[in-house]
Ligand binder design. Sequence first.
Ligand code: PMP
Length: 291
Amino acid sequence: MSQKVYLNGELVEKDEAKVSVWDHGFLYGDGIFEGIRAYNGRIFRFKQHIDRLYESAKAIMLDIPLTKEEMEEAVIETIQANELEDCYIRLVVSRGVGDLGLNPTSCPESNVIIIASDIELYPEKFYKEGLEVVTVPTRRNIPEALNPRIKSLNYLNNILAKLEANRAGVLEAVMLNNEGYVAECTGDNIFIIKDDTLITPPVSAGALKGIKRDVVLEIAPELGLEVREELFTRHALYTADECFLSGTAAEVVPVVKIDDRDIADGTPGDYTWDLIDKFRERANSEGEHIY
Ligand code: PMP
């Protein structure tokens, strides 16, 4: 089936959706992106994703040639052109075409790309049985170098961590920050539960301020969990009662083994099941039908 991609104001066929090799997004990873999910005609936490995109742009002094409202319209148009109900939306704004030097002032116009496609989750088995993860040597970027709050096209340290996870034979890596505290995974935020308390690293530990992380932090008190954002080490992971990840593509996925140690009895915990249910309920019902 044909797939239409939004490219600088036009909807073009997938095979025609091309940018120049002189684009600094390609040459230097100079650009930003968002990953958004739509559930039966609603776009989950749409405004928050658009706000985060524009915050990332501001941080790297990237000019987006659309207002937030125009960007929202363009996203809806792209979903409609592909006749999708439930989908994953990738929004990319790159610095655009320049010369071979890295100075972004040689790039007069950014490129705006919107792709709406099917969702790629972890295989269903992991939602039932839980994931195995490992901590890896590659550290998360320090905020003083490239702040992980910027959702930039520069994901190379996460990619190195993913390679390390692959080599360990698991799907996901837990990344520590430069001080050895747990930061996040390569594409998801991480949580533990200990004695009826939900703990996640503060964003200042070196994590993206995940929009689904916020959803989890909203739901947790409704389940009777105390919520804390605080630093913790690998020891806390190994000795947790429960552990799970959150992210737009992954939603909430249980973790049952870390660095070859079972989390509790090695099966997903009760709070995690309840969080998965509540998360899905919210994602499927919150907000208005907009397409
Ligand atoms: N951390 C990283 C590094 C990410 O790329 C993502 C997005 N996939 C997340 C966390 C989760 O963020 P969100 O809940 O906004 O999808």
